[in-house]
Design a protein. Structure first.
Lengths: 181, 552, 118
């Protein structure tokens, strides 16, 4: 079974890919599949009625809004990065998580390099098919490279200003406690 | 000034260690140049004609003495003893070695400086009024908002791979010293009818190969909603900006093709769906940032300094400096001082390590520990007591920085051009030097008055030629340097793109052509008119005739 | 006539190919009369990605008393920036530098072979 990198709290790890990604021009194999948005909109209901799990592949130029209604029944959405420098995938993932509250897997495919790891995870990606041969260890390392972040994003990491507030509160509490003693 | 705390410092340390790791991998051959190039560019490191160039961010153009001294130290240790201030208010070192770059960044991080987002298709350094906190004209301190934008945009996860680079300017004065309408987003602080602070939001300005002046898409955005609105603009741009053609990828092209009204509508529609509670900054954080820019404690001083008046009467050079380079301050007894890095014959924007150290000393001793960088490649001491002006002038004179030509014909903007830049078609610096020397006579320059000459060595327009009163663009004609002149541009509040005067002329004719243009102005001008005003009244014809007459 | 040039990876220095090694002065560059050996040298240079960045061939033409790169850009690379005569290779002086500096005005833009703009 093919593998991909899956992110979990304790770090990234290889996972078995039970889905078959099917190009539009190919006929569908049995089992769980990932199909294009176009194919899903045409055949999605029928495929799901067959009892299989169906994921959707979103091209960089496609709008996630077109899938909004169907999201609750999708186990995975794969977002295609045609080029390392094409940043549309980041908005797609952010909208999936923040606007639509999507809880399934958001997987990055295409020109996916470990240098993007930090940005991708912050936008809500939690699965990756790297194009550079990188390993889960490298992805774990890359996502932990920065101890602090400056803005709120889909990963809910507290930005620096919230960290400061928390520190101030902790300091205040310590002060009160020391006075009490 | 904003001060870094432990969190900010740890963030920078992490960035330096990341880049050190990447450089090690590149030198060891673990990654290719194709893979490495975007990584080094994200750290401001370019490979130019003679060496690497490192572009260091100077957030909204504000520097403290420790930072200036550190820049001087880097100039001496790792470069050839000088640096080049740019039209983006950054500083470039032109003789950097790749193997030194991680050490340089580590050294800069000691004084909270870095090169993050000085290149690449991301949100670049925000421009703010160099007179912020010092001019009486402003409604609010634009640096508060520039700092808010700096933090928000730093390694922004969604907006680090935009179709193209993205520049934001913040101004709070009627007089625009930021060239706001030539930025991707220009933000002008305004008071609403109810007195509430807000931004006029201008989008789609930009120079380069197709210059555009930004269009207002919102007259009054409540100030506290800034970040969510920026998010909406960037999101529309990230999704719909062109990615098929680098020359059509800036937001100005999207705004022009949709029309400002439709672009604004899409932004408003996106904005309406963004949750303010998660996108906008909490008031407590805004207040914390604002605290760093609290008005400096100014002494209560008389509006006229007897000491200064006496010195002025005794020293014509000081009097001239005061006339041209010194501007009113909001506090009585203080002044804003322009330091022109434009001594005729020198390279515009260059400063030696010694000059940087002198400015650091002056900022520390006489300007409440602050210096600024302007987009016109000059420096500013924002808070100088009138009594101290003679001493400041003397100290500047001693290091060749007392050039009394701010805003005059020899205060020329020039990009590095073909002398350094891998993108250039022609040189810009020698043209600037030649013109400045022709008009080195200060009486002549003062008689001509405000005249902004801006020179770019290629169509990318780093030298802002489109918005020069006189713009000069270098072109390569069969291997020879030719220059196309434009007239009537302005980057100020009356922003306008200049008009092409005629066919490009040979390098050897440029200075004479400027002479011709100035002669027409001196002949045609009416009382009180600047060069630009006369041009706007007469139109291009008399100027064109003067420059091209001999050709016919 | 052609020469092969690049910037050195570790420090960015302008270098020229000379019989299997890199030299810093244009005067020491190997000159190729024919395209075939020039192409072979370029291929060898490209197999050294940890030594140089983006090697490329430039046109070289005879001038009075010697040879010089044809393109003005390449002359600047061989000399250094014109606004600071004490920086770059020109600072060391030498016959080759003087020749190129004197030849100003004869440049043309056709002298770039597969130029990569970075």
């Amino acid at each position: 079974m093919p593998k991909y990198i899956r992110l979990a709290a304790e770090g990234a790890a290889w996972a078995d890919d039970r889905f078959t990604a099917v190009p539009d021009e190919e006929s569908l194999p049995p089992g769980d599949v990932i199909v294009s948005l176009k194919r899903f909109l045409a055949e999605g209901d029928a495929l799901q009625a067959e009892g299989r799990e169906v994921g959707v592949r979103i091209a960089a130029s496609e709008e996630i809004e077109d899938l909004a209604y169907d999201l609750p029944r999708l186990p995975v959405v794969t977002v295609v990065c045609p080029k390392f420098s094409d940043g549309r995938a980041y908005t797609t993932a952010s909208l999936l998580r923040e606007r639509y509250g999507y809880k399934g897997e958001v997987r990055a495919v295409g020109d996916v390099l470990r240098e993007q790891a930090g940005f991708m995870v912050r936008c809500g990606f939690d699965a990756f098919e790297p194009a550079d041969g990188s390993t889960p260890e490298q992805w774990t390392q890359a996502t932990r490279r920065f101890r602090h972040v400056y803005q709120r994003a889909a990963d809910h990491r507290p930005p620096a200003f919230e960290e400061r507030q928390a520190q101030d509160k902790a300091a205040e509490a310590a002060e009160v406690k020391s006075h009490a003693v | 000034m904003y001060r870094y705390d432990a969190l900010d410092k740890e963030f920078l340390a992490d960035r330096v260690s990341e880049f050190r790791h990447q450089v090690t991998r590149r030198l060891a051959g673990e990654i290719t140049e194709d893979q490495f190039k975007p990584l080094r560019l994200m750290n401001g490191l370019y490979l130019q004609l003679h060496a690497y160039m490192l572009r260091i961010a100077i957030p909204y153009g504000t520097l403290n003495p420790a930072q200036l001294r550190k820049l001087a130290e880097v100039a001496r240790t790792y470069d050839k003893g000088y640096g080049h201030f740019t039209t983006r208010t950054n500083l470039q070192f032109h003789w950097i070695k790749l193997r030194d770059a991680p050490d340089i960044l580590a050294s800069l991080a000691e004084v909270d400086l870095h090169a993050i987002q000085t290149s690449g298709n991301c949100i670049r350094n925000t421009t703010a009024d160099p007179y912020a906190g010092a001019t009486a004209e402003e409604l609010d301190d634009p640096r508060v908002w520039a700092e808010v934008i700096r933090q928000w945009s730093t390694l922004h996860p969604e907006f680090s791979f935009l179709p193209r680079k993205f520049k934001i300017a913040v101004t709070a004065s009627v007089k625009d010293r930021t060239a706001a309408r030539t930025h991707d987003i220009g933000l002008a602080l305004r008071r609403g009818r109810d007195g509430a602070l807000g931004f006029e939001v201008m989008v789609g300005g930009g120079l380069g190969r197709s210059p555009h002046i930004g269009s207002t898409i919102r007259e009054h955005l409540p100030a506290g909603r800034l970040l969510s609105y920026l998010q909406a603009i960037l999101r529309v741009y990230n999704r719909h900006g062109r990615r098929d053609n680098k020359f059509k990828a800036r937001v100005k092209i999207l705004v022009a093709s949709l029309g400002a009204e439709e672009f604004g509508r899409q932004v408003e529609a996106e904005w309406a769906q963004i949750d303010p509670a998660s996108a906008d900054l909490p008031d407590t954080e805004l207040a914390r940032i604002r605290g760093f820019f609290a008005p400096a404690g100014f002494e209560v001083l008389p509006a006229v300094s007897a000491k200064l008046e006496a010195a002025k009467a005794a020293d014509p050079a000081l009097a001239r400096f005061l006339r041209n380079n010194v501007h009113p301050h909001k506090a009585s007894g203080y002044a804003i001082v322009d330091i022109a890095l434009k001594t005729p014959g020198e390279t515009p924007g260059d400063a030696t390590a010694e000059q940087m150290e002198t400015v650091a000393d002056l900022a520390e001793r006489y300007s409440q520990g602050e210096a600024r960088v302007t987009h016109e490649q000059n420096l500013v001491l924002p808070h100088v007591r009138l009594d101290d002006l003679p001493a400041v002038h003397e100290a500047l004179k001693a290091v060749g920085l007392a050039s009394a030509n701010a805003n005059l014909i020899s205060d020329i903007i020039a990009c590095p051009g073909l002398d350094y830049c891998a993108l250039a078609n022609a040189r810009a610096i020698p043209i600037a030097q030649h013109i400045a020397q022709r008009f080195a006579d200060q009486d002549v320059a003062e008689d001509i008055g405000e005249l902004k000459i801006k020179i770019s060595g290629c169509i990318n327009a780093c030298g802002h030629h489109h918005v020069g009163h006189i713009g000069i663009l270098g072109v390569d004609k069969k291997g020879e340097e030719f220059y196309q002149l434009t007239l009537g541009g302005s980057g100020a509040e009356d922003a306008e793109v200049g008009k092409i005067l005629g066919p490009a002329i040979h390098a050897s004719r440029v200075t004479d052509a400027i002479d011709d243009l100035v002669a027409v102005y001196l002949r045609e001008r009416q009382p009180g008119e600047r060069f630009l005003d006369t041009y706007r009244r007469t139109g291009i014809a008399p100027f064109k005739e003067a420059v091209y007459a001999e050709v016919h | 006539m052609k020469a092969l040039t690049a910037n050195r990876l570790a420090d960015g220095e302008v270098v020229f190919w000379s019989h299997g090694r890199w030299v810093e002065r244009f005067g020491q560059a190997e000159l190729f009369e024919d395209d075939a050996p020039a192409g072979e040298a370029e291929a060898k240079a490209k197999s050294q990605p940890t030594v140089v960045v983006e090697p490329y061939l430039i046109e070289v033409a005879p001038i009075e008393d010697g040879v010089a790169p044809v393109a003005y850009r390449e002359r600047l690379r061989a000399l250094g920036p014109t606004n600071t005569p004490d920086h770059g290779k020109q600072a060391e002086g030498g016959h080759d530098v003087e020749l190129i500096a004197k030849a100003a005005g004869a440049a043309r833009s056709g002298g770039r072979v597969n130029l990569i703009k970075r």
